[in-house]
Design a protein around this ligand. Structure first.
Ligand code: ATP
Ligand code: MG
Length: 175
């Protein structure tokens, strides 16, 4: 790509992660090298089973596989912060070596809200990226500063959701 843009998928409706994963598949199908970092949510998902096996997609998880984020102790959160820091450094290296075309930071808004990464770190990453790298940031409640910085912002609006009728998350549809 000649020029990469910064995209945000936000809002309280369903579809942010699935849109980001859809873009990953599309990009990969065109030979672009994709790096996906998934923050906070560590449980197994259908997309992860597929994406982990694809050449040209690198999937990194900054999450605890067997505990929901809100159940973590302060120590475990500190530990996750350090993992996030290391992952951001790895991404810098990938940028330097020109080994990524599309970078997806899924649920990064939640990671910022919970202090796992700072907005400053995300801005720094956007600043140092090679100009052809496309970046997708997803998660509810995108902060205004990031929206101002982005080139594309899509808000998934919750018009109706079966969750409000008591339907539980379904394998293959929600995860
Ligand atoms: P998806 O992964 O289905 O694309 P998402 O990334 O937009 O959803 P998140 O905010 O990451 O949604 O929420 C995680 C879980 O909550 C997913 O299982 C998602 O389907 C579900 N969800 C999304 N929107 C709503 C909503 N408005 N009410 C209840 N649950 C929702
Ligand atoms: Mg999501």
């Amino acid at each position: 790509m000649e020029k990469g843009f910064v995209q945000i998928y936000t809002g309280n409706g369903k579809g942010k992660t699935t849109a980001a994963m859809g873009l990953a598949v599309r990009a990969c199908g065109r030979g672009l090298r994709v790096v996906i970092v998934q923050f906070l949510k560590g449980s197994s998902t259908g997309e992860m089973k597929v994406l982990e096996g694809i050449n040209g997609v690198k999937l990194i998880r900054v999450a605890n596989a067997d505990k929901f984020f809100w159940k973590l102790t302060d120590d475990e959160k500190e530990q996750m912060k350090r993992v996030a820091e290391a992952v951001l450094l790895d991404i810098e290296t990938l940028f330097e070596k020109n080994e990524v075309d599309v970078l997806i930071l899924d649920e990064v808004m939640g990671a910022m809200k919970n202090g796992i990464v700072t907005m400053k770190q995300i801005f720094a990453l956007l600043d140092i990226r090679p100009k052809q790298v496309e970046v997708v940031l997803s998660g509810r409640d995108a902060p205004k500063e990031l929206i101002d910085r982005a080139d594309l912002v899509t808000e998934m609006q919750d018009v109706k959701h079966y969750f409000s009728k008591g339907v539980k998350a379904r394998e293959g549809i929600e995860y």
